[in-house]
Design a protein around this ligand. Structure first.
Ligand SMILES: [Zn+2]
Length: 86
């Protein structure tokens, strides 16, 4: 849980609200793999995350599916292997 340090509890409430809001638009997709966002309750239950990216002028909200979160939490060995042509 070392990564949780930068995620205060207040943010997780915002995530739930944001997931509900995005689900209501029917346009939610994972930023990384383009996977479609399920219903809000299922998204929350399976660990979808909403992250904030600071842009040049405005902050964007992106969705990250549980699969991509798990991928990004691990060392990027696969990416390095690909870059090395292995
Ligand atoms: Zn994804």
């Amino acid at each position: 849980m070392g990564l949780a340090v930068k995620t205060p509890k207040r943010i997780s409430l915002d995530v739930h609200a944001a997931l509900h809001a995005i689900c209501s638009t029917g346009k939610g997709r994972c930023w990384h793999c383009d996977r479609r966002l399920p219903r809000a309750e299922k998204a929350i239950g399976t660990g979808w995350d909403v992250q904030r990216i600071e842009g040049e002028r405005v902050a964007s909200i992106i969705l990250v599916c549980p699969r991509c979160q798990a991928k990004r939490a691990k060392p990027r060995l696969a990416a390095h292997a690909l870059a090395a042509g292995i």
